[in-house]
Design a protein around this ligand. Structure first.
Ligand SMILES: O=c1ccn([C@@H]2O[C@H](COP(=O)(O)O)[C@@H](O)[C@H]2O)c(=O)[nH]1
Length: 281
């Protein structure tokens, strides 16, 4: 039995208390410039600390995009470690967007890097890719169960190129994306109030009624803001599964920096728009 409350239960509570919004920490070079910061480690640190200060006490989830930190090498990763620690201390759940995926034995090491409680990058959940076969994720699933953390598995991604892999139809007639969703539903069976194994499903994808999105787990929905989707699209895209959607906005919030108040207001506006959209369904 896990000594920790499972991620799904912690996420459900955070969504109920704060609304379901996830704000991304994506320090694009262009955003650093717009904020008047240098494209260096000091600029990276100022950027990520400002985002955490602005929103970690009010949104359910923060999602640092690891790539933008890794670009600065070990000093960038040190900034990422600090951001994770400070965001969690301020009450937000942290989903590390690192999209890891490899053969099972290597996957075990990726899982330790992000989901083991003694790791400097310990996060509440990790994004992972199932495209080496869903079974290759097993070590991460097992460690997540042990540590009360979660996974978000790429199922139907927000980018237009994703369809060539995810909509491909298998010999049994089921699409690859639908197969990933079915694996997650099995993972979360019987869990209450919400399973800890979520799917990434883009908010940009239009009508998804041919997919069974009811995986009894969270659906991380990137694509709102810079990629063109809006909170008002959520009920149409997700149908009855909208209650489990964690909508992600990164640039749509970050473009309002560097002032803390302006970032906060932007996050609050998205939270309210999501609330209205979901309530009106
Ligand atoms: O299907 C996916 C999976 C992940 N992402 C990530 O989400 C954010 C989106 O940023 P915006 O600025 O709000 O467009 C970014 O970190 C992506 O890597 C995604 O967009 N789509």
């Amino acid at each position: 039995m896990t000594p920790f409350e499972p991620f799904g239960a912690r996420l459900r509570r955070a969504m109920d208390e704060r609304g379901p919004l996830c704000v991304g920490i994506d320090p694009h070079a262009s955003l650093l410039a717009e904020w008047g910061l240098n494209d260096d480690v000091a600029g990276l640190e100022r950027f990520s600390r400002t985002v955490v200060e602005a929103v970690a006490d009010r949104v359910a989830v923060l999602k640092p995009q690891s790539a933008f930190f890794e670009r600065f090498g070990s000093r960038g990763v040190a900034v990422l470690e600090k951001a994770v620690e400070e965001a969690r201390a301020a009450g937000a759940l942290v989903v590390m967007d690192a999209k890891r995926g490899d053969i099972g034995s290597t996957m075990a090491a990726y899982a330790e890097a992000f989901l083991h409680k003694d790791s400097p990058l310990f996060s509440d959940a990790l994004t992972v890719s199932p495209y080496l076969g869903y079974g290759s994720l097993r070590p991460a699933v097992e460690l997540a169960r042990e540590t009360g953390t979660g996974l978000f598995v790429l199922a139907l991604t927000s980018n237009p190129e994703g369809g060539e892999v995810q909509h491909a139809v298998r010999a049994d007639g089921r699409s690859v994306g639908a197969t990933v969703l079915a694996h997650l539903a099995a993972e979360n069976a019987g869990e209450a109030p919400l399973g800890s194994f979520g799917a990434v499903v883009g908010a940009t994808l239009g009508d998804l009624s041919s997919y069974d999105l009811d995986v009894n787990g969270p659906l991380l929905a990137p694509g709102i803001g810079a990629q063109g989707a809006t909170p008002a699209d959520l009920p149409r895209v997700f149908g009855s599964a909208v209650r489990n959607v964690v909508p992600n906005v990164s640039r749509g919030v970050l473009m309002h920096g560097p002032e803390v108040v302006a970032l906060r207001d932007a996050a609050d506006r998205f939270t309210e728009e999501v609330r209205v959209a979901v309530a009106g369904r």
